[in-house]
Design a binder for this molecule. Structure first.
Ligand code: KG4
Ligand code: ZN
Length: 386
């Protein structure tokens, strides 16, 4: 089975071609077109601007992925009747797609997978309407995919199955969720952030420190500078570990961001720009976030007797978190810990294709919509003392 997958839930435009053969999933080609440069000037993502960028980027990304996978063919494909209706809100996309199929043809996939939620609604719609249009052009069914599930299922590229129960920690710019899985299709939420997501905390702290967007990699780089160069604790910085010892699996990161802000504002202008201060603060932010995440992850692994622990989402690109997870794994010899490779940690369409490969649902172009708050769990089991 060949799946053409599309990801536009936030600020990355991703398209990939995935092959599933004898139950093994592999990537034939993948393209991610980042909008970081655009969003840098605001220090965050503006949904309407991100949507415009998706509309511009989708057809060039499609062409690139088709060339990479040798799926691009000479010829043309006749525009379907309903095309203008399906892309009535996506003018640029309509124009680009019409131009593209007037001069090009392509090898048909067996299905088109697209992220339908959770995410920024306007952005989700750009990808969904693109998938609908392609589905009409190619007469191919659509597989709707949950973005969070895709962040967890990256392991399908590596192994066909995992042992259950599994505990999954999803840490991204929009989500911090601890999930218990009893199969690939049965999930229970055991904890989540009550305010900011872990990635959001990295981003906001970076913004306070003037480090730009996305904040995670910038904070990580500064933290590394602190570790490698300056060992003299010139500044007294101690951040809280919010909710770390609470009797549930919930998280809270907004207090941490506020603590960074208060410390920053209490310093004089010279210190605020001091490299030593910025790197030490970054180190402390990274430590505080990873301390809390690991504490709760260990607790859940023990309490639920997890045979597998899976981490997913952009924050898992953090090498300190990765190293600490590997250290933690040594305390759980009977549990397999799975971390995504760098290319599959932040948003991309490969994981969307992988998640689609185990999905039975098929949709027609008229039977698809965005669900900005889509959940992956069907049950919630959270401690009474919330
Ligand atoms: O999964 P993702 O690409 O998009 C969402 O679904 O949100 O995650 C993006 C988040 C951003 O908040 C970004 O700052 C964070 O992942 N991130 C990192 C690192 N790389 C990306 N956080 C910490 N360390 C990193 N190296
Ligand atoms: Zn994501």
């Amino acid at each position: 089975m060949i799946i053409l997958s599309i990801e536009t839930s936030c600020d990355d435009t991703g398209i990939a071609i995935i092959e599933k053969k004898n139950n093994k999933v592999k990537t034939l080609a993948s393209v991610v077109s980042s909008q970081d440069e655009i969003h840098k000037k605001w220090g965050g993502v503006y949904p309407s601007e991100a949507k415009r960028e998706h509309q511009k980027n989708l057809v060039p990304a499609l062409k690139e992925v088709l060339i990479k996978a040798s799926f691009l063919k000479k010829g043309s494909i006749i525009a379907p009747k309903n095309l203008k209706k399906v892309l009535s809100r996506e003018e640029v996309l309509l124009e680009n797609l019409q131009k593209f199929f007037k001069k090009n043809s392509m090898k048909k996939p067996d299905a088109i997978a697209v992220t339908v939620g959770p995410g920024l609604e306007p952005c989700l719609w750009a990808g969904i309407n693109f998938a609908r249009a392609l589905s009409l052009y190619l007469n191919t069914p659509i597989i709707p995919v949950n973005h969070i599930k895709a962040h967890i299922l990256f392991f399908l590229f590596d192994r066909k199955e995992i042992e259950f129960p599994a505990v999954a920690l999803v840490v991204s710019g929009g989500h911090t969720e601890l999930i218990l899985a009893n199969s690939l299709s049965s999930y229970t939420l055991i904890g989540k952030t009550r305010d900011d997501a872990a990635g959001e905390c990295f981003d906001k702290a970076a913004r306070i420190l003037g480090l730009g967007y996305p904040g995670g990699p910038a904070i990580a780089q500064q933290a590394e500078l602190w570790r490698s160069k300056s060992r003299n604790r010139k500044f007294e910085i101690k951040l809280p570990r919010p909710m770390m010892r609470s009797k549930n699996y919930d998280f809270s990161f907004s207090g941490l961001k506020t603590a960074v802000l208060y410390d920053f504002l209490s310093r004089d202008k010279k210190t605020q720009k001091n490299k030593n201060y910025i790197s030490q603060m970054s180190f402390e932010v990274e430590q505080a976030i990873t301390d809390v995440l690991l504490f709760k992850l260990k607790k859940a692994t023990t309490e639920y007797g997890a045979k597998t622990v899976v981490l997913g989402g952009g924050v898992t690109a953090n090498t300190t978190l990765q190293e600490r997870v590997k250290e933690t794994a040594k305390d759980f010899p009977k549990t397999v810990f799975l971390l995504p490779p760098f290319s599959l940690s932040t948003d991309n369409a490969e994981i969307i294709g992988a998640a689609a490969s185990v999905e039975r649902k098929r949709r027609t172009p008229n039977n698809l919509s965005a669900n900005a708050n889509m959940k992956i769990y069907d049950t919630i089991k959270r401690s009474a003392n919330l």
